[in-house]
Design a protein around this ligand. Structure first.
Ligand code: MN
Length: 254
């Protein structure tokens, strides 16, 4: 996939999500790579061939707080049918919902759920998505998490809840994350914070388009993504991104 499109915390904001997906589908082909022989568009094939290929990645917290969590889940289920390569990452709200369903004492769930939603949250989500130079997750691993084991339940819930996290990336990769909201998308070091508080009056749902960069193996065995020489790091990402940073463009729902 040439591009990865990360959508942070939707928080039940179905109207914004629909508007954002319409924009994305107008510009990117979210289908499979051509090698897979996956052609679902019939007459649209010649149109989609002109659009760059991209994979959608939701960074967690699809539900709670906003307009309609039930409708959001229903919409994302249909989206996953339409674009099966879409990846869904657990946020703390999905994990909390699953924990409540197992009789946990945790409180705070505000959303009634349709039948089948718990199974969807349990079976169709992943704890993180790794590419050669990017780590997509809801929160962040810790610096001493040298191995990300997808069977490690404690690690999974820590990564979904870590609000501070690493700003120097993780083992040479850029971290692309949600969970911690700001008024604009921000980059701190090698970590992108994308949550712009979609469920708040002045917030916005955004989608950020990333590409993989080449990873350099350093003499001491560490790995680092190819990047520009260190300048003073701005805390807010400009909407005009200069290569070779991995962030290519930002789409806004409203
Ligand atoms: Mn969160």
């Amino acid at each position: 996939m040439p591009f990865f499109i990360a959508i942070p915390d939707v928080q039940g904001e179905i109207s914004q999500l629909e508007a954002l997906i319409a924009k994305i589908e107008g510009r990117y082909d979210l289908g499979a790579d051509e090698q897979s022989g996956d052609h679902r568009h019939g007459d649209d094939d010649h149109m989609s061939a002109r659009k760059p290929k991209a994979q959608l990645i939701f960074l967690g917290d699809l539900i709670d707080r906003g307009e309609d969590s039930d409708a959001t889940i229903e919409y994302v289920q249909a989206l996953k049918q339409r674009w099966p390569h879409t990846q869904l990452i657990w946020g703390n709200h999905e994990l909390q919902t699953l924990a409540l369903s197992r009789g946990s004492d945790e409180r705070g769930l505000t959303t009634p759920l349709r039948p089948g939603v718990l199974e969807f949250l349990r079976d169709e989500f992943v704890p993180w998505v790794e590419t050669p130079s990017l780590l997509f997750c809801h929160g962040s691993p810790a610096a001493d998490d040298t191995v990300l084991d997808p069977r490690d339940q404690k690690l999974i819930s820590q990564i979904a809840c870590n609000y501070a996290g690493l700003t120097e990336g993780w083992r040479g990769k850029f971290i692309v994350r949600g969970h911690t909201a700001g008024t604009q998308p921000a980059r701190l070091g090698l970590t992108y914070f994308l949550d712009c508080n979609a469920a708040d009056y002045e917030g916005t749902l955004i989608a950020s388009v990333f590409r993989d960069l080449t990873i350099h193996e350093l003499a001491d065995g560490r790995r680092r993504a190819l990047q520009e020489p260190r300048q003073s790091f701005p805390h807010e990402v400009s909407f005009n991104i200069t290569p070779p940073w991995p962030l290519c463009e930002i789409l806004v729902s409203r």
